[in-house]
Design a protein around this ligand. Structure first.
Ligand SMILES: [Zn+2]
Length: 406
């Protein structure tokens, strides 16, 4: 199967501030003009009546006194049309608060592929036709891969350039499938027959620290609302950056492990899963679990696919409550342990989840692993210390002997 994989990178640049400012000026004009073409039906529904002729006219108006490359005008018009259409959708659902507005806090310019060239590692973006360019040497940034097919769109802001690279990849048939279960404070994985745990406590700690900061700022907001808002944005940005950085490192490490054994990944399909299935704890923890899971899955998927290894999703409903040995229901058995009501198997709930995800994802029972588990059942397993659990799980490759159907 061939798929297109996209990666995005940020690099610092000396931004063409004059272009960015001019771009936002014409966006304001475009917004004023295009907004005049919002029509309302008798039933009060809005729609945009902006013809190709209207667009040509607006383009010509905006091009007067425009010294930068012409394509920026098209990009500005497209961006405003997108904005207005988004607003109309909200309006028709009764959710639009005011008229459409251009956010000036986030000054970004979309650079179409007609505005740049890429040769020998150097990205050359046209600012003014035939005389002014912004050149970025991508070879300076070792982490940007050079094995891409093409560069997608670029996004320019006042500090950096966001580069998306694309590659068409032929997904290999993996030699095995790993299953990964994302929790609030750890990621549990079953990779090539071994249970491995990755600690998320550091990430959890980052979130808590910033949560505390936000609580303090909230108190400040009564007296100094503007300062509070600025601080809030600053800390939210920092939190996001630190958390993302953590996830990048972690997913990079896991991908390395998976590549070593040529393994695909089985992940939980979180679509349509209600919050309470994710985590029954407090609202904040629920939010964090969700963020962890989505960010982790997103990063792992594109990084793995970039290297030609596939990812599949499995419904995680009851994955930590179903006995991986006999399919009966399991119930809480103190701490993170679960006990099967029928066969008395006692296992850590995250381990139950990865075992189930793996079997369900493969459609077969990893027989050898289950047999090894069965032989370990009873006292030894019950008394197993949780923290050392992964060391004691049998290291067999479930994929070699996976003949038993469920
Ligand atoms: Zn059982």
């Amino acid at each position: 199967m061939r798929v297109e994989v996209i990666k995005a990178y940020k690099v610092p640049i000396e931004a063409p501030k004059d272009l960015i400012n001019a771009y936002f000026k014409i966006k304001e004009i475009a917004l004023y003009e295009i907004s005049r073409h919002i029509k309302y039906s008798k039933r009060g529904k809005a729609h945009l009546n902006f013809s190709a002729e209207d667009r040509r006219e607006l383009r010509n108006t905006l091009l007067r006194n425009w010294r930068f490359s012409k394509h920026y005008v098209d990009s500005a018009i497209n961006s405003v049309i997108g904005l207005v259409k988004g607003w109309i959708k909200l309006y028709n659902r009764g959710k639009a608060k005011s008229k459409p507005k251009i956010k000036i806090t986030k000054k970004t310019v979309y650079v179409k592929n007609t505005l740049f060239s890429y040769r020998n590692g150097i990205l050359k973006i046209s600012i003014e036709p035939y005389k002014r360019y912004l050149e970025v040497d991508l070879r300076k940034y070792g982490w940007i891969p050079d094995d891409f097919d093409k560069i997608g769109g670029l996004i320019l802001n006042e500090k950096e350039l966001i580069i998306t690279v694309k590659k068409e990849v032929k997904l290999e048939k993996p030699q095995c499938w790993a299953s990964l279960d994302v929790n609030l404070t750890n990621i549990t994985a079953l990779i090539n027959g071994r249970v491995v745990r990755y600690d998320l406590k550091k990430l959890y700690h980052i979130h808590r620290v910033y949560e505390e900061k936000r609580r303090k700022i909230q108190r400040l907001s009564k007296h100094k609302p503007k300062t509070a808002k600025r601080l809030m944005e600053k800390y939210s940005r920092r939190e996001r950056n630190r958390a993302k950085d953590f996830m990048h490192k972690l997913t990079g490490k896991i991908v390395e492990e998976l590549v070593k054994v040529k393994s695909g990944a089985i992940l939980e399909d979180l679509k349509g899963i209600k919050d309470d299935v994710l985590n029954k704890s407090k609202k904040l923890n629920r939010k964090l679990s969700k963020w962890n899971a989505r960010t982790f899955q997103f990063m792992l998927e594109y990084k793995l696919k970039w290297l030609g290894l596939p990812v599949k999703y499995v419904s995680p409903v009851n994955s930590s409550k179903t006995c991986p040995l006999c399919r009966a229901e399991m119930s809480a058995y103190g701490g993170r342990l679960m006990k099967c009501k029928k066969c008395n198997l006692v296992l850590d709930r995250d381990v139950v989840a990865v075992l189930n995800l793996q079997m369900w994802g493969l459609g077969v029972a990893p027989k050898a692993l289950l047999e090894a588990l069965a032989s370990m059942m009873g006292k030894r397993l019950v008394n197993q210390k949780l923290t050392n659990f992964h060391e004691s799980l049998p290291t067999v490759n479930p994929h070699i002997n996976n003949t038993g159907r469920l």
